[in-house]
Structures are given as C-alpha cells and as structure tokens.
Design a protein around this ligand. Structure first.
Ligand SMILES: *Cc1c(COP(=O)(O)O)cnc(C)c1O
Length: 433
C-alpha cells in the first residue's frame, strides 16, 4: 500500500517510509491510498470472534500488502495483550474501557503496535539500531517508553521538562531501564520539543545515528486504534444492542476518532460519531460554522484534550474531500466546561458507582444528552481515573484505589540523565552514544 501526504506536495511513501518518517516532507500527514472494506460475512460473524481475531482482520486490510500474514498476526497479538471491555454504565450507555494496558490509557495500543512494526522493519533490513526521540509533557512518554520497552534494535530517548510532570507520570518512564533512557531537561515542554526538532534537522547527528519519531500522527500509531471500534461493535452485537450504534470519542488531536471514521469506511455499522471536547472547542466551532480557526489551547482538567490546533483535522478533511456537509452528516460535537466535567463525574459516581475519568466524562455526558430514542451509545473511556488521582478524588470526596500496575511503577527507582535546554549539550550527549 502506498501512502500520500494530505498536502499533496511530497512523493508517495511505502509503509516503511511513512512509519520511519512520521510526517511527510511537505509537513502533511500520511494517508493510505485505499481503505479496503471488509466483507459482509466478517460483520455477520464478528460477535463470535475474539478481540485478537477481529484486530488481525482489520490489520490485514491496512497492512496486509506490506507484511507477511503470520508476522502481522503476531504483531497484533503481542500488541493486544489486554482486554478492552464494553461495560454498561446506564441503560443504553456503555463505556469502552481502553485503560487496561501497561500505562492505563488508550495510547498503549498505538505505541505497542508501532514499536513492534518498527522492530520488524529493522530485522528485515538488517538495519543498525534505530533511535526514537520523543518529547513529552507527561502521558505520551509513558505510552511510548512502555510500548517500546525491550524491543530489539530500538533505543528510546524520552525528553521531559524537569519538575513539570506528576510523580506518577515521571515514574512510568524513568524506572524502566533496558532500552529506555529518560532525559530530564532543565526547561519547559516546548524546550524539549525544540531539542527533538533540532536533532531531526542536524545533518551530522543524523549521519551518526538513525533517528525517528514516535509522534502520535504516525500511521503506525494512528491506524491500529481502529481495532477496538470493531471490537466494541462485536460486544454490543452480542448483547443485541448494535443496531443504531453511536460512538462518542473524547478528542484532542482527533487521531482516535479518525481511526473510528476509517472503520466506518471499511463497513463498520456505526450510525454516527460524536466528538466530545473540553473548552478547547475548535472542532465544535468548525462543525457549527464551516470555519477552522485554530487558537492557543486553554488548560482544563481533561488535559490530554487541551489542543488548540488538532493535528488530525487534516486527515478528517481529506477523508471527506473537504466537504463540511459530509463531515456534519457523520460527526456531531459537544463541549464541556471543567464545572460540567466535575458535575458529570460526581453524578455518575453517585448514581451508578461507575467512576469516570475527566476525559471519559465528556464522552459519557455527550451521549446522555445527545442519544435519540432507539440508539445505543458507547463512549471511549480513554484513561483510568487513577491517572488523574487528585482531580478525581477532590470531585468525589473519596479515595480512589490505585491499580496495581500504577503502584508497581511507584515502587521503581527513578533514573534520568540531566540535560540543559541548549542543543549543543544534547547533541554532544547523543554523539557520544
Ligand atoms: C491523548 C488522549 C486523548 C485525546 O486523543 P486524540 O487522539 O488526541 O484525540 C483523550 N483522552 C486521553 C486520556 C488521552 O491521553
């Protein structure tokens, strides 16, 4: 399968090129030339298949031209080492719990898949070591570091701003050892990102070592997110609840929802999507007005959705050939303030005992306000509430039990390399590796 750039100025890329480069040379996002529909027989029997079986079929449609079937199936099964159950919260509203992976957030799926795919390309080509650089303000670093942990031939450098990530986030990428190096930068997240960007542009450094990025716009992180939309449908079909299915996605950079839209193109019977946002309402305003006006993000308690210029908007526009009308026919929007998010977490907890995280709360509320008679809704619960411990405990006024996986990270010993924010020090350090 060939990949084109949404900006249409760069040469087509193979899957391998698209994965190693991340972003096209014209700064566009890679898109596959074809989105292959799956046959009706697949949808007929989907409720009798396991998550892994379903995901292997979906992966085959995306990557089957480029990777031998047994290798691809192995990558999929290794990636999905945890379940993604659809849990009933209220009549006709289900939570698709994407937080049972190693770092308790949905980004585990894409990061684990990308690491294994890159590992395959390295072995196939007999390449020397590939070095992944990633700047993080907290959550991306942990998903990428844990996703790549122990994968042969890949060395990961996680750059993070000293003193600006929570202790629990920091532990998730500084305690791993093996092929993961945490670099503690005396600066801000923007300084970390600038160091990574400069490294990619530095000729001498790139001649010395092969560098690549594990950014969330990478096709190998983005496309595998489609797997669990199919599995959600399968679980609801088993319950006889899949006829008028509405999927609601708490969205920031819009990668997660775009993977769902790809699923619909492949024939997945979802009747419509809702993009739930916090106060960063750029997409919501686009739906209302047809105008896309990015602006600086504002901070909210659903901070993984604090995005002022959603990078995957380019993919959505491309998918619908720029038609505002076509986009509005399949996607609607909802926006919530921090006050409304708090109110939702508290009410749902009091009424049902189900504890939402601040992102999932936006998804739940959009369904509870927007479902029409006869529809069933499933929202993506994108992270475990314990990842936002203080916020959630303050809202419900009770202690939240920390899952063992998170506790295990807390017991580890932090190891990091101290770094200034100037590029010369960072380059010197990398040249010595
Ligand atoms: C990254 C993230 C999101 C936003 O996902 P996008 O694909 O960027 O839209 C939502 N919730 C949580 C918990 C996240 O970590």
């Amino acid at each position: 399968m060939k990949y084109y750039s949404t900006n249409r100025q760069a040469a087509d890329a193979s899957l391998e090129e698209a994965v190693v480069k991340g972003l096209a040379s014209d700064k566009g996002l890679f898109m596959p030339y074809e989105i292959k529909p799956l046959p009706a027989s697949f949808y007929d029997e989907i409720d009798r298949l396991s998550f892994q079986e379903i995901a292997c079929r979906v992966a085959g449609a995306f990557f089957g031209d480029d990777i031998p079937a047994d290798t691809l199936d192995q990558i999929v099964c290794d990636t999905l080492s945890f379940d993604v159950p659809a849990v009933k919260v209220k009549e006709n509203i289900y939570s698709l719990e994407l937080f049972h992976g190693p770092t308790l957030a949905f980004k585990d799926v894409g990061a684990r898949f990308m690491a294994r795919l890159l590992g395959y390309f390295i072995r196939k080509e007999g390449k020397k070591q590939v070095n992944v650089l990633v700047a993080t303000s907290g959550d991306t670093g942990s998903a990428v570091a844990n996703g790549f942990l122990g994968v042969d031939g890949i060395q990961v450098y996680v750059l993070y701003p000293k003193g600006k990530v929570s202790e629990i986030q920091e532990k998730q990428f500084t305690t791993l050892g093996q092929n993961i190096t945490a670099i503690e930068v005396d600066g801000t997240f923007d300084d970390c990102q600038a160091l990574v960007k400069n490294a990619f542009m530095d000729k001498e450094l790139n001649a010395h070592m092969q560098l690549t990025s594990a950014n969330s716009i990478n096709v190998a992180r983005f496309l595998p997110q489609a797997f669990y939309y199919f599995y959600a449908y399968a679980q609801l079909k088993k319950l006889g609840k899949a006829d008028n299915l509405v999927v609601c996605v708490p969205s920031g950079n819009f990668g997660n929802i775009t993977a769902g839209l790809f699923g619909k193109r492949m024939g997945l019977p979802v009747s419509r999507f809702i993009a739930a946002n916090n106060r960063n309402d750029i997409f919501y305003q686009y739906l209302k007005t047809g105008q896309y006006n990015p602006r600086p993000s504002v901070s909210t308690i659903a901070n993984a959705m604090d995005v002022g210029d959603p990078s995957n908007f380019a993919r959505i526009l491309d998918l619908y050939h720029g038609s505002h009308e076509a986009i509005c026919a399949e996607i609607s929007g909802a926006i919530y303030t921090d006050g409304q998010i708090r109110e939702t977490v508290r009410e749902v907890y009091d009424e049902t005992g189900y504890l939402l995280d601040p992102h999932g709360a936006c998804g739940y509320r959009a369904l509870s306000e927007g479902l029409k008679p006869g529809e069933t809704g499933v929202f993506l619960e994108t992270a475990h509430p314990a990842k936002f411990l203080q916020t959630v405990e303050d809202i419900i006024g009770a202690e939240v039990k920390i899952p063992e996986k998170l506790q295990a990270f807390m017991k580890g010993t932090k190891q990091s390399v101290q770094m200034g924010k100037d590029f010369v020090s960072f380059k010197t350090y990398l040249m010595e590796q």
